[in-house]
Design a protein around this ligand. Structure first.
Ligand SMILES: Nc1ncnc2c1ncn2[C@@H]1O[C@H](COP(=O)(O)OP(=O)(O)OP(=O)(O)O)[C@@H](O)[C@H]1O
Ligand SMILES: [Mg+2]
Length: 394
């Protein structure tokens, strides 16, 4: 079937899609409006475009996806893409069937309502047959769905495993940001159903913007010589006219405090204006749930000298050294956060008293340690790990 790939109201190029695969790129109309980094030197590249297109589908690793697809009578997540024109709530790309009169303003999910049919199926509930949903294109492995509350779009995300800790960790991340004066972050709140606890955050993308992952940013320019991944990201953003050093400082400091293990290159990024193609700002910090021993059995909760990290270094104790202005953070303001975390954990029936106490003591000790180090560039070296200490078994 022939489609025009659109960016909001702009025709980007024509392509042929069969069984979820882009077979051919046909006429190219506005290559500048392609996804960042897709416009190779000799024109749009089909391989890149296929990679990008399949990346729009729900990942096969998504919790509960197999049952949901079966329930909707769908073979693969990719099949869902053509059923909602490929529309998302994280950018403005979509595919318009050739010779169709359908208009972005009438179908986009920022301005038009959508049913909970696909969302419900993804959570193991009923499916009533309406495939027009932004949930067909949502990323990440946790169960999640977009929902409309008072006219605004919110992402509802579940936890995982026995302790279901991710939603609470999002709130912990917010608490740390507040105390340290980090302002560019996504606010999460808790939502309780009868059995589970979820996190809820408002969409930080509007009908005029798109989220571009750090992974796409990094791929959009060739890495220079022996530049580190960190330098490559900072330099690439700079080439697009954006200084992200302070934002990355904030993210690395937050992740260091809460021992985030999952800040991969799709868990941060930048925001581009889709009307002007101007890169506007760093995306607010989001998805900090895989922190504070999330998914790790209670017996392993203890302070460690080497805490696994992503994306620039393997350990936080090394990664923190990329922070350019550590004096900006008043770590003394973290005092008492262990107790506050304990109160927060009480809200979840899935976290028993033992786990709660161990997490609270761990965080108090960790923040005391950070405060006592009186962090500044000169003594950062002191805490650098001299040798890789043994990683605990997960
Ligand atoms: N508030 C938001 N506004 C717009 N887009 C968002 C928002 N929150 C998340 N997203 C998009 O949805 C994707 C999935 O969300 P998120 O990273 O929170 O899920 P996850 O399942 O925890 O991911 P992971 O697989 O990294 O654990 C993000 O990568 C991002 O593209
Ligand atoms: Mg994520």
């Amino acid at each position: 079937m022939i489609y025009t790939l659109m960016n909001k109201e702009k025709a980007v190029l024509d392509l042929e899609i069969e069984d979820g695969i882009i077979l051919k790129i046909l006429d190219v109309w506005n290559p500048e409006w392609m996804p960042l980094g897709m416009n190779a030197k000799f024109g749009p590249d089909r391989k890149f475009l296929n990679h990008w297109w399949s990346g729009r589908a729900i990942p096969a690793s998504r919790s509960g996806i197999r049952d949901a697809l079966e329930h909707m009578n769908i073979d693969t997540p990719k099949e869902l893409l053509e059923k909602n024109y490929g529309l998302s709530l994280s950018d403005q790309y979509w595919i318009c069937p050739k010779n169709s009169s359908v208009k972005w303003k009438n179908i986009n999910f920022f301005q038009n309502p959508f049913t909970d049919d696909v969302g419900s199926a993804l959570f193991g509930g009923e499916f009533n047959g309406d495939f027009m949903s932004p949930n067909n294109t949502s990323d990440g492995w946790l169960k999640k769905k977009w929902t409309i509350i008072d006219g605004k779009r919110f992402l509802l995300k579940s936890g995982s495993g026995i302790a279901q800790q991710e939603p609470l960790n999002e709130i912990l991340a917010n608490m740390v940001c507040e105390r340290l004066g980090i302002s560019n972050y996504t606010k999460y709140s808790l939502y309780n159903s009868s059995r589970n606890i979820f996190s809820l955050c408002e969409n930080f993308i509007t009908e005029d913007t798109e989220l571009i992952s750090a992974s796409s940013v990094m791929r959009s320019k060739k890495k220079k010589g022996n530049a580190s991944e960190y330098q490559h990201f900072i330099e690439t953003c700079k080439e697009y006219g954006l200084d992200v050093i302070r934002d990355i400082d904030d993210m690395l400091v937050l992740d260091f405090v809460i021992c985030n293990q999952d800040r991969h290159y799709n868990n941060f990024g930048i925001i581009r204006n889709v009307n002007t193609l101007q890169i506007e700002k760093a995306a607010p910090i989001f998805d900090s749930g895989t922190s504070a021993f999330n998914g790790i059995p209670t017996i392993y909760i203890k302070n460690q000298t080497a805490n696994p990290s992503k994306p620039f270094k393997k350990y936080h104790e090394n990664q923190i050294q990329y922070v350019t202005d550590i004096e900006r953070y008043d770590f003394k303001r973290l005092k008492g956060i262990g107790e506050e975390f304990s109160e927060l954990l009480k809200k979840s029936p899935a976290i028993d008293e033992n786990r709660r106490d161990k997490l609270s003591v761990w965080l108090s000790n960790r923040t005391d340690y950070i405060i006592s180090q009186n962090f500044c560039r000169d003594n950062l070296k002191k805490i650098q790990i001299k040798r890789k200490s043994k990683k605990y078994e997960r």
